[in-house]
Design a protein around this ligand. Structure first.
Ligand SMILES: NC(=O)c1ccc[n+]([C@@H]2O[C@H](COP(=O)([O-])OP(=O)(O)OC[C@H]3O[C@@H](n4cnc5c(N)ncnc54)[C@H](OP(=O)(O)O)[C@@H]3O)[C@@H](O)[C@H]2O)c1
Length: 510
């Protein structure tokens, strides 16, 4: 059954309209992995839920030679394989019927004229609002943007029709390349037309950070340096480079995870309340956090960052090779598959509170979480009794898997003596709400379709994040010699333990 409800109540009881105008969705790179695994299933689920307008047309563009029928079958196979829901054949047929494919080389300007002719042919009936998606190698972004511009396909909103462009990650390789890419895009598109995607922001649990902080009265007063001792953010993966060796070896964990996803999590946790839940108000506060993070000097990089590579080991019961033995990894690579670091945020709310970030491949399990550790009670008068290991209060926001929130506190063990034990109060999404939550790409595609850029990164945010990360990259570049290693299936190198222990803390085991 098709759910036709495409409206959500807002705080003032009005109905928030999230019906996109009729539009044409042009996917550059439609023959690729991202389109198959994420974009087609997301479009299918949006259509199933009644969010797509009847006049939504999809045009795939890539180098591969497909006929329309063949391309539609690709979509069917991708939805059957990757959709979070069992596909409904009527909806799938409708999606496919709205789809066309054009073979083109992104670097060939003449082919954009052909694309324009198709898009503007009244017989074809493509809606004249265009949403372009760059699901292509990043090296193709500047060429596509400038060809769209030179063919008049990038016009700003003219009061009637809009054009928007979604740009995939990675957005640049360092600060200079990110600034250059922003420059390229801005020669053609206005910032309001550009949607830089970070799929972490489309995750329900990540958006819930804002709801948790700003829709509840009890947490925000405690959300300061007066009550919080440290924050730990972990993005652990049990997978290795998983067939992406040539990309990953050029990137590494810092660029692949920290620059985008993890700094986004930091900014959501640390931001001030925005004046409204609107794109620029939210992003103004996020960028202030990024700018307040203390840049790393060469000395800081040595003291407060650790990078490492996995060696062979056992993960989830399976023997796995070391990083250097993975396909497409240079035998003398110094690229990090693990990074741990300490950030300091120099502002009134957070001065002196360390934020520890760590991410790595081939760790014991897949887990993303934010753990906020509160200061201990000022006077522990239960110490005289049997409370040897009373741990500080800990609020854990679990992003994936097992999405939820848990609060750790001390409770009296039943019995005649005062014996205190640490217990957890748990909220689990899966048990409190029905149904599978939408995939991040569903939420973000719909946002771009309705012109809501709140959950997309703005130019200044991307550049502030790269400025920080580049200060670390510079320090690493100066350091010579081998980088530390860790056995696959462990929680990382000893050096990362030593780093956090210098501040009197320990890494959590998610
Ligand atoms: N895959 C993921 O899960 C994922 C996740 C996050 C971000 N991303 C980002 O999304 C983007 C796409 O990734 P992907 O994994 O889908 O890559 P991919 O599988 O290599 O697909 C790239 C697509 O671009 C097309 N293409 C490349 N060069 C072209 C050219 N000169 N002219 C015409 N078509 C060209 C390819 O067409 P042909 O196949 O026809 O040659 C293919 O359709 C990348 O920026 C990646 O970093 C991907």
């Amino acid at each position: 059954m098709i759910n036709a409800i495409a409206e959500a109540p807002t705080r003032d009881g009005l109905i928030e309209r999230r019906h996109p105008d009729p539009f044409t969705f042009v996917i550059f790179g439609a023959a690729g992995d991202l389109a198959h695994r994420k974009l087609f299933p997301a479009l299918y689920n949006l259509m199933f839920d009644g969010w797509l307008p009847a006049e939504c047309r999809i045009l795939g563009v890539a180098r591969r030679q497909y006929g329309d029928a063949e391309f539609r079958e690709e979509i069917r196979a991708a939805v059957m394989r990757y959709s979070r829901r069992q596909p409904d054949s009527e909806v799938l047929d409708r999606l496919m019927a709205n789809t066309m494919y054009v073979t083109a080389d992104f670097n060939d300007g003449a082919q954009y004229q052909a694309l324009k002719t198709i898009l503007q042919d009244p017989e074809q009936g493509f809606p004249q609002n265009y949403l372009f998606y760059l699901a292509t190698p990043p090296s193709a972004y500047p060429a596509i943007a400038s060809h769209l511009g030179s063919h008049g396909l990038a016009r700003p909103f003219d009061g009637k029709h809009w054009v928007r462009i979604i740009v995939e990650k990675p957005f640049g390789h360092d600060l200079d390349s990110a600034v250059a890419l922003n420059g390229h895009l801005h020669q053609v598109f206005d910032e309001s037309q550009i949607y830089r995607i970070d799929h972490y922001l489309g995750k329900e649990t990540v958006q819930n950070i804002l709801v948790f902080r700003f829709a509840n009265g009890i947490f925000e007063p405690l959300w300061t340096r007066q009550y919080i001792d440290q924050v730990q953010i972990t993005v652990a993966e049990s997978l290795g480079v998983a067939g992406r060796g040539s990309y990953y070896d050029q990137a590494g964990a810092l660029r692949d995870m920290v620059q985008n996803h993890m700094l986004q999590l930091v900014s959501l946790i640390a931001m001030e309340p925005p004046v409204a839940f609107e794109a620029d108000a939210v992003r103004d506060e996020k960028v202030k956090v990024l700018r307040s993070i203390r840049p790393f000097t060469t000395r800081d990089v040595a003291d407060w960052t650790v990078r490492a590579q996995y060696e062979g080991g056992t993960v989830e019961g399976e023997p796995v090779p070391g990083y250097l033995d993975e396909p497409d990894i240079a035998s003398d690579s110094r690229t990090e598959s693990y990074v741990a670091l300490r950030l300091l945020i120099d502002n009134w709310r957070w001065a002196g509170v360390p934020f520890y970030l760590r991410t790595g491949k081939r760790l014991p399990k897949r887990a993303t979480e934010i753990a906020i550790q509160f200061k201990t009670a000022p006077h522990r008068f239960f110490l005289q009794t049997d409370t040897p290991e009373l741990a500080p209060n800990l609020l854990t926001l679990k992003i994936q898997p097992d999405e939820g929130i848990s609060l750790r506190f001390g409770a009296k063990v039943p019995g005649p003596a005062i014996k205190v034990r640490t217990v957890n109060m748990e909220f689990l999404y899966g048990t409190s709400f029905d149904g599978t939550p939408p995939e991040a790409y569903e939420r973000l595609l719909l946002d771009a379709m309705v012109g809501d850029s709140t959950l997309f990164t703005r130019k200044d945010e991307v550049e502030a994040a790269w400025a920080l990360v580049s200060s670390i990259l510079r320090g690493w570049w100066r350091a010579r010699g081998p980088i530390p290693t860790y056995d696959a299936g462990t929680w990382g190198p000893e050096e990362a333990d030593a780093m956090i222990e210098r501040n009197g803390f320990r890494w959590r085991k998610p």
